[in-house]
Design a protein around this ligand. Structure first.
Ligand code: PLP
Length: 419
């Protein structure tokens, strides 16, 4: 502790940390530098990052192409308001996302955080129906889901287990459901949905429910949801904030299912993990419901930092990398290595499941009571891995080298087998 810098000791008295019981939580580690997949601590130790800053740092830290684009943009114009004014990086980003996303997902609303993009998507869905003369204020969402920490998004997270369960009475627009896993439950889901005239949209994280515990479902489940929404005349919102940009193997998870949502939300890896930036992208028919001579039919939303030029420059550079690097094959290689190197965990008495999807590796425990105590062991092993709920997981940068990934999987095998 004595070698902590002064900014740490003084500042720690004034900062409020995320998802943290400030009284009992172990002290956070002071970081002074990042590079590639490495985090350098103030005392000079280096950790290999298994999480890529909540999976945002998809190209590794300090990627020179992104930093250069940001430097150039910063000198010209870091930010100018998006109301009545537009800027080239923002419009270029909209154009490119419309081209990359499937179908007619053509209208991009640029915000700052993932949660806000989900709020915007939810507002779009409700007003879509209002503008057509229908009052639909409810959202169907799924157990295990996570869509953000703001009031609107909390309502559509997992209702019981979620980190937001305290706030139930505040949140009235939610209708929790179980994800359909077979024809029978899919048919029941579709019937329930069609029978409820109050639902504006179904919201789901496609293929992987991330913060809910890295729970996987099949592409078929997504096709059932799409069909149920079509049948009921309800919008489908896919929250690809975690799954987007190759995390599950395709550029977007919805491409594996071959479906097009009515609205999709993106963030995290969108900017390559360097700038707060998010986007809610709507299909033409959604946008058309707002396009009218009546000012009351406009979407009334506009974050101060909307269309942030610096963030959009970072995102354009990040898209350059997603377009030109071979991330598909790279993610397949990461998946293969995760499968092979996490497999030995299956033999441990306390391990319930080992699963891999794209660049996501998960070891789920039977008894998670000792899991939090393992956090310092990972740091001692030279890696940054943060178990939560009942899982130890890896969501590394997509640029991680095989030997670096082996250090991460080796640490998991070692720490869990010693526990
Ligand atoms: C991280 C995340 C969010 C929230 O994004 P913030 O930028 O933290 O507000 C929403 N949905 C999913 C699927 C996420 O992974």
């Amino acid at each position: 502790m004595t070698d902590h810098p002064a900014w740490y000791s003084v500042g720690s008295q004034h900062a409020w940390l995320p998802y943290t019981q400030m009284k009992t939580a172990p002290a956070p580690l002071p970081v002074v530098k990042t590079e590639g997949v490495r985090i350098t601590l103030a005392d000079g130790r280096e950790l290999i990052d298994g999480i890529a800053s909540w999976w945002a740092s998809a190209h590794g830290y300090n990627h020179p192409h992104i930093l250069k684009a940001m430097q150039d943009q910063m000198l010209a114009m870091p930010h100018v308001m998006f109301g009545g004014l537009v800027n080239q990086p923002a419009l270029r980003l909209c154009t490119r996302l419309a081209g990359l996303l499937p179908g007619d997902l053509n209208r991009c609303f640029i915000a700052e955080s993932g949660s806000v993009s989900v709020e915007v998507a939810m507002k779009m869905a409700v007003q879509y129906f209002l503008n057509r003369g229908e009052q639909r204020f409810k959202f169907v969402h799924f157990r295990g889901g996570y869509h953000g920490d703001t009031l609107g998004t909390m309502a559509v997270c997992d209702p019981e287990e979620g980190m937001h369960s305290h706030f139930g009475p505040l949140l009235r627009h939610h209708l929790p459901a179980d994800l359909p896993h077979n024809e029978k439950s899919a048919a029941a889901f579709a019937e329930d949905l069609a029978g409820n005239p109050h639902v504006a949209a179904v919201i789901v994280e496609p293929l992987v429910q991330g913060a809910g515990g890295m729970l996987f479902h099949s592409a078929e489940t997504l096709r059932w949801l799409r069909a149920a929404c079509d049948h009921a005349g309800v919008l489908l919102i896919l929250d690809e904030i975690f799954t987007g940009f190759y995390r599950t193997g395709h550029m977007f998870a919805c491409q594996e299912a071959g479906i097009v949502p009515d609205i999709v939300t993106l963030s995290k890896a969108l900017s390559g993990g360097v700038s707060p930036l998010s986007v809610a992208v709507a299909r033409d028919h959604v946008f058309d419901a707002f396009y009218d001579d009546d000012p009351a039919k406009a979407l009334m939303h506009g974050p101060t930092y909307m269309g942030h030029a610096l963030g959009c420059a970072a995102a354009n550079a990040s898209l350059d990398l997603f377009e030109r690097e071979d991330y598909g094959p790279r993610v397949a290689a990461i998946a293969g290595q995760l499968e092979a190197e996490l497999a030995p965990c299956r033999t441990l008495a306390n391990v319930k499941d080992v699963r891999v999807k794209g660049a996501i590796g998960v070891v789920q425990l039977k008894d998670a009571s000792g899991l939090q105590a393992l956090k310092p062991r990972f740091v001692e092993a030279g890696v940054w891995i943060r178990p939560f709920r009942d899982i130890v997981y890896l969501t590394p940068s997509l640029t991680i080298a095989p030997d670096e990934l082996s250090v991460l999987t080796g640490a998991i095998n070692k720490v869990l087998s010693e526990a």
